[in-house]
Design a protein. Structure first.
Length: 433
């Protein structure tokens, strides 16, 4: 079977049951926002000797939370995967209120939590893009016990993100669906809702004075407001966007994770036969000054941002900007090394922060990309990419911390700053370092 697109189904987009010796080339599935909310891309059961090549499992960008798996396999053997791509990205035309129409390539945070899952063998493959995988139907040998102890702190959330810590090392995070901001206190081991207002929080960060800056998808585009976690709920200070400028004494608040890909524009030069690569496009974005900054009330911190792409009526919340799409934010001072990961390209880079919040001196750090990056006090780099991969500052893999769920946001905190907090879609974990 060559080139099939299976779209908008309720239970599963495509299914192979009690078949053998099939070859499927260029199968594409599309999970729609409403009818496919509880549907995987592909199910294979009681089958053998199957080739799945150039498979694209896609969920529309309007999805609101990830489905647990893209491909489910059960009671099957000899299933060969070649070139698998699972995501929730697309390109769309956009005509802003002012200026020319343009093309926007964007990705949703909500595709599939894992790529391949076998409930009987309790095996899974979390990488959502790979070239080669053979499924035998035989349970793999148990992995060696890991040294890192993973503790589940809380569970039962809709979809988490926006993790940050205050000066005391307490963890704050957002469950955006329900517009709630939570705090986990390590000293009391207590979880509290600190804000439960319809202000559409997405990402969080603190300034030096303890103001909690909230990046919000509220309004026609986006907004940033400041609150005091212990203050009255009615005290909300909305920050006005200022023209971008160099701010050498302020800390920049930047996304450590991006989804950047090329669009449909033909960039091939007929003279040199060179084209604009994904890396070229990513470097261009990292070096380009954003249009405006949101400066914190105490003047210590600023958040750079660009215009927001709004799909449909703004109150529906289908909005796209890197500051909204990242799973969390990180602070960096001018001259510091900053790590950024491009999930679309599956690569992570290092660069140096400039006084206007852009990056220079970009270079490849590791050939792996994911949803979040964090650093410990020793300078080791923690990358959320299905599990947590720990690299030395030189890019040597030191450790893999395996978790029960896909990690989405990493942040160090705790009373001594040595606790790695991990936000997954529905749970919060902690790992002592």
């Amino acid at each position: 079977v060559i080139m099939v697109s299976a779209e908008h189904h309720v239970r599963t987009e495509a299914k192979l049951d009690q078949v053998e010796n099939w070859e499927l080339y260029a199968l594409q599935t599309e999970g729609e926002r409403w009818e496919s909310e509880a549907a995987p891309a592909l199910e294979i059961s009681r089958s053998k000797n199957i080739l799945i090549a150039n498979f694209h499992g896609y969920r529309v960008t309007r999805s609101q939370r990830p489905f647990p798996y893209a491909i489910r396999i059960e009671d099957s053997s000899d299933i060969r995967f070649r070139n698998v791509h699972v995501d929730a990205n697309s390109s769309a035309g956009w005509c802003p209120p002012q200026g020319e129409c343009k093309q926007t390539v964007r990705a949703s945070k909500f595709s599939y939590s894992t790529c391949i899952w076998d409930p009987r063998l309790k095996e899974e493959a979390r990488d959502r893009e790979f070239a080669y995988l053979n499924y035998t139907g035989v349970k793999a040998r148990p992995a060696a016990a890991q040294a890192a102890k993973v503790e589940k702190l809380a569970a039962g959330f809709y979809h988490l993100g926006g993790g940050t810590v205050d000066a005391a090392g307490r963890l704050y995070f957002v469950d955006a669906k329900w517009r709630r901001i939570y705090r986990w206190s390590p000293e009391t081991r207590e979880l509290r809702i600190i804000r439960d207002q319809p202000l559409d929080p997405v990402n969080l960060v603190f300034d030096k004075s303890g103001n909690l800056l909230v990046v919000s998808s509220n309004g026609p585009g986006m907004a940033v407001y400041a609150i005091k976690p212990e203050g009255p709920e009615e005290e909300v200070h909305v920050l006005q966007p200022q023209a971008a400028a160099e701010r050498p004494r302020l800390a920049a608040v930047l996304p450590p994770s991006y989804w950047v890909n090329v669009d449909f524009t033909n960039t091939l030069s007929e003279k040199t036969y060179e084209y604009v690569s994904v890396e070229d496009r990513f470097f261009e974005l990292m070096k380009r000054r954003k249009t405006h900054h949101y400066v914190s009330p105490d003047g210590s911190t600023y958040i750079p941002s660009d215009e927001v792409y709004v799909q449909g009526p703004w109150h529906l919340g289908y909005k796209w900007a890197h500051i909204l799409q990242t799973f969390g934010l990180a602070k960096a001072a001018p001259g510091e090394t900053f790590y950024v990961t491009n999930e679309a390209e599956q690569k992570t880079y290092s660069g140096v922060v400039k006084a206007d919040g852009t990056l220079e001196g970009l270079k490849l750090f590791v050939q792996q990309g994911g949803e979040s990056v964090a650093r410990d006090a020793a300078g080791n780099v923690y990358l959320a990419a299905g599990d947590v991969f720990v690299y030395s500052p030189a890019g040597k893999l030191l450790e893999v911390i395996r978790l029960p769920e896909r990690p989405l946001c990493l942040v160090f905190g705790g009373m001594d700053g040595r606790t790695l907090f991990v936000l997954a879609s529905s749970s919060v974990y902690a790992v002592r370092r």
